[in-house]
Each structure stands twice: as structure tokens, then as C-alpha cells.
Design a protein around this ligand. Sequence first.
Ligand code: 3UK
Length: 548
Amino acid sequence: MTGSVTGSVVTLRSGVVSAHVDTFAARGLPPPELQPAFLFDRPELVYPERLNCVTAFVDSHVAEGRGGRTAILAPGGLHWTYADLAAEVNRVANVLTGSLGMVPGNRVLLRAPNNPTMVAAYLAVIKAGGIVVATMPLLRAKELGQIVDKAEIALALCDDRLTDELTRTAAGSRFLKQVVTFSALREEAAGASADFAPVDTARDDVCLFGFTSGTTGEPKCTMHFHRDLLAICDAYAGNVLRPTADDRFIGSPPLAFTFGLGGLVLFPLRVGASTVLVERASPADLLPAIATFRPTICFTAPTAYRAMIPLLGDHDWRSLRKCVSAGEALPKATFDAWQAATGLTLMDGIGATEMLHIFISAPEAAIRPGATGKPVPGYEAKVIGADGEDLPPGTPGRLAVRGPTGCRYLADARQTNYVANGWNITGDAYKMDADGYFFFQARTDDMIVSAGYNIAGPEVEDALHKHPAVAECGVVGAPDEARGQIVKAFVVLRPDSVASASLIEELQDFVKNSIAPYKYPRVVEFVAALPRTETGKLQRFKLRGQKS
Ligand code: 3UK
């Protein structure tokens, strides 16, 4: 359905011949009628039929005389120019296709914190025509096993410090045959040639499997093409973030999370800029790294910006000129507090693993505080009702988007949950205003329905965040006989605040005074910390006490 397979020659839907010898990915693509529409109506999003994206990210800079510019920096004094990066990538690609026996179309699992070897391995797999499956460092053998089985992965490259769980996965797996440590890889790569011709892939050959960081259920595997990796750079970064070759990037999201891949690898490399890779990037670790490396662009989650505010005075963060926030809703209170503390306007953007990166956002001059922004040039977005009908401005409904990237789940019946009539349905409730700005309400399944009122937890959270005693909070619906659900707030207090019944009352009154009183949290529970995923998302199902 997705193309014809004759022997090992696959003709893709586009009519272009795939470079994949192992045709697993093409066979797992959703049938055309279940795929979203793809839009390429902007000139910057039209790519040649034969395309290996690593050529654009690395080799073109060397070929065009920029080989001496800095590509990657890391603690410990590591400094790779573009020429160094090209050589590292080529050496690893030679090892992959030599002794490790990788052929185009094979999946290669990567397991490492954000470090230079991880990036070299990432780009080498793609340059050699393979498919990268990057995994979060915190995953355990069981979760790694689900990924290995779903993607049918035979080869893994793993940071030496993280081999335990992966060897356990390999021991129980019928697919995973080889786990190569980074030290073994580097040793062999040191003796390999620094030349490697990119495999002549098609622009719509798959080069990346992104597993969703979903908070519930079986992981879903999204598939992305060579052209998609360029499209996010040329749509979002080129039109909204607008970095230059003189920018230096830093941030916290793991490279296995496509937010981190774009922000810390693809966006800088696309324009010949530099990136700082830090393995530990908690708010307390990120600020000293900013002071040391003097980056200009920072990518992290809203909670991390919030947590950094009280620490700003102890560090020199003044090299920063742009700060991107994504992963979950940016409370207006956090936007305001960051602006008051730094003078910088946080650039909110909603992205998704299915869409690869950010598709609604705004350049600084067009930011409306409290709104996520407008569709990124190249994307279209609308708000639809329960039956798929377009809703007028001001009416909350389901967010639908389409653009140059979109959802393709690997062999998964849930494709129809995300794609309807050619539109990607992200699972978010949004409202658009008359000027075309999009305002996040809640995840569709997180809307609280209390006594007939629809209440968006994030709106209550935003109100609570403005109270000086509140460090973090999460608001969910708790079951209630009389009202169906009631609004319940879990609150982490700032170190200098003390939990008490009077503080609960004070917080409730505080909310009643800033938003419609029926939205106030009828129950407030103080907790030491909120449950979060490795990608920084609040695990609301845990707050609701549900099982995943
Ligand atoms: C939520 C947001 C409100 C939203 C991601 C940037 O988060 C990313 O991908 P995931 O697959 O999750 C997608 C879902 O997360 N979300 C993300 N950003 C925002 N909600 N405001 C935001 N700014 O529910 C979305 O459907 O983990 C983010 C780039 C790449 C990514 N993969």
C-alpha cells in the first residue's frame, strides 16, 4: 500500500527509489489514506528527491569553507569544529557499516546522556542510511525491551555508564544482538577512515524513529524522513527562532526527545552555529553551564525557567538572547516573572513527537503573553468540534494541524486517533482569538468537568503560580459524588512557606479573586514534589491516582 516492493528495491509513494536494503520502515508506514496531508507550499520546504540530511547538517559547512568553525562544546574542554565533527561522524559510519554490519534501513538504538559521542553516533547512523532510535537515559530494561521489540532493533550503541539495563534487555530479546559501548566504538573509530560518502537516500526514506513520551499505555513509534529533519529547521527555526551562525545553543531536553534533538543539534547545525552539550541539565546545573559557555539560545521546559528565576542572581546568564519554552503549557505567570527578571520574552511553542517539532509559536515581536502563538509558517492550524466541524474564534475545541511534517505511526492502529481527514489531532484543547492567536486550554482528556462547568486545570495552575508561596502546582479533577468532579490542586510550597489550613484558605481566595470563582480548588494538598516524566511533563494521571 505504501509503495511496491520488488526484491529489495522499494519504490516509495513519491515514485522515488529508496536506498533502504532493509525495508522494515517502509513496510510499517500507515497506508496513504490514513496519513495526514503534507504541505510544501513554501519554497524553503522543497527538497531534492535524493537527500541525505547529514550532508546539510555537517558536510556542506566543511565543503563551503566553514570547517574551522565551532560545532560542539562540552564540559571537560571538548571542542569540535565542523571539520572535527565531520571526521568523527565518518569514522563511526565506517565502523557501523564495516565490522558492525549495518545496512541501510537497519534501526540502531542509541542510549546516552546528551554528549558529543551521542551526536556523532546519531549523525553517523543517518549518514549510513540507517534509522536512529534514541532512548531516554532513565529508561529501564522493560521499557527498552518494548522499544527494541516494536522497532526490531539488532544493534545498539550505548554510553558505558548506562549498559546495565540494556544488557538486561538484550539477554531477554530475540531482536537485540549487539550492544556496543561508546568506549569500544571510539576505540575502533580511532583507527577507521575519516572519509565516508553519504548513502544516497531518498528525501522520504525514514531516518528517525521517535517514541512518544506518552504518559500512559504502550509506547507509540513515530517515523520521520530525511526531509522532515530539514523541514523543522526551515519552517520553525528559520521563520520563528531565526538563529544565525554566531548563535550558541544550550538546553536540557534529552536528545531522545525531539524537542532536544531540534533545539540542541539540528537547529544549530542547520545554520553552522555551535551547541553546548551538557549531560546534567537540571535548573541548578544549567545556570553555571550558561555562565561558563556563554550561550545565546536556551531550550528548556516551563518548570525549568520557573525554577531558575530565584537562582539567576548567583550566575551570569547575560549572554542569553532567546529562550524557548515547550513540552507543556507556559503559565503566563512564568512568562511575566522571566521577563521581569531577565528582560527576555520567553518564546513559547507547542510541538509534538508526531509533528517532530514546534508548529505553533511566534517570533519575539509577535508574542502575545498567555498565547502559544500562531501557526508556524508552513503549517495550518484550526480548532474543531466533536464532529470535526470548524469552530469560530473564541470557542474552545480540539486542535487540528497540518504542515510539512506529520504523524506516521509504525504499524499502529492508533494512527486513526491522531489523524482524521488529513489533519493531525494533537489531543489538546485550544481556543483561537479573532487575530488568529492560539490559546492552550488543557489536554483534551485533562479537562475537568465539575457541576457542568468545563474547567481547564492549567488556568487554575496559572492563577496559583502567581501566589508567592507556590513553587509548583498541578491541578486535576478528583471524583466527587455531587459534582462529578471537583477541582483539586497539588501544591509544592517555596522553601520559606509553611503548610497550614489558613494557607489553603488563602490560596483558595487568591484563585477566586483572579479567575471565575467556580474554578477555585475545593481541595488543596501540599506535596514535596510533583510527578514528572523525563521530558518534564506533569503526570496528571498519577495525581488523579489512576493506573496507566
Ligand atoms: C504538550 C504543550 C502547551 C501538548 C515537543 C516541542 O512536547 C513535545 O512532544 P510530546 O510528544 O508531547 C506533545 C504534547 O505536549 N505541549 C507541548 N508543548 C506545549 N502544551 N503548550 C506548549 N508549548 O499536549 C502536546 O500535544 O512529548 C515539544 C518540540 C518537540 C516535541 N516533541
